[in-house]
Design a protein around this ligand. Sequence first.
Ligand SMILES: [Zn+2]
Length: 279
Amino acid sequence: MVKKLYISIDMEGLSGVVVGDHVSRTGKDYEWARKEMVREVSAVIDTAFKNNVEYILVNDSHGSMINLYIDQLPEGNIEIITGSLKPLSMMEGITSNFDACFFIGYHARKGTRAAVLDHTIFGRAYHKIIINGREASEFYLNALVAGHFKVPLALLAGDDKIVDEARSLIPNIETVITKYSITRYAARHVHPKVVEKILREATRRALENVDSGKVKPLTTNTPIKLELVFTSTALADACENIPTALRKNAFTLEFTVENIIEAYKVIKTASLVSSAILK
Ligand SMILES: [Zn+2]
């Protein structure tokens, strides 16, 4: 039985969201998108509590990570992590004590054609993040972090492109398509109230899939070969100072790390260094 549930919620993959104004704190449509964030995660929380889940940890995983109106989430045995500079960032708080994890509002990796606001972790800094030869999306990276703690990713909600990737990598994952991306800045949306209904049904099924052992934690081989392909040679120059970095070419650094948690630390550090350079 799923007693403890972990939820990571991003914004770019929510229904209705297509442009920077929806997801930036100074954007004209940001307040609307924050409400959609509450709507989608609330449907999941409410359904999970009605299906025997006893504790839920929600991690605000977008941008500055202070997007959720926490007082508007359903009441119950729920805790919410907000704020950035978290060691595990989009997966802060995940431990082996959780029985399942869900991702909401997720989006495609940088370089995906016809995918709303495609990026990976830090769009201006990374052209690609490659894990053991596979180009990683935030979904892939974060599902591996959950897998490190033996927690299965049982539900993902987002645009059609990231749903395709999730289905191809995790057998029996429940997915909810919130919109069909047309280009980077356009999509055909499923009505937010319909998304809410589908999320409720998917949550019930996802919890059952974990109970019956149908959905397994995602893993990769260790040690991990991590490649960071930067958008500028200046970023590679600066991040080359991170211990153990190997300069593969003008744009690319390679690291060999013990596991996905160590990979995450390198990505986090390289992101902080990059943001100092990009200022
Ligand atoms: Zn985001």
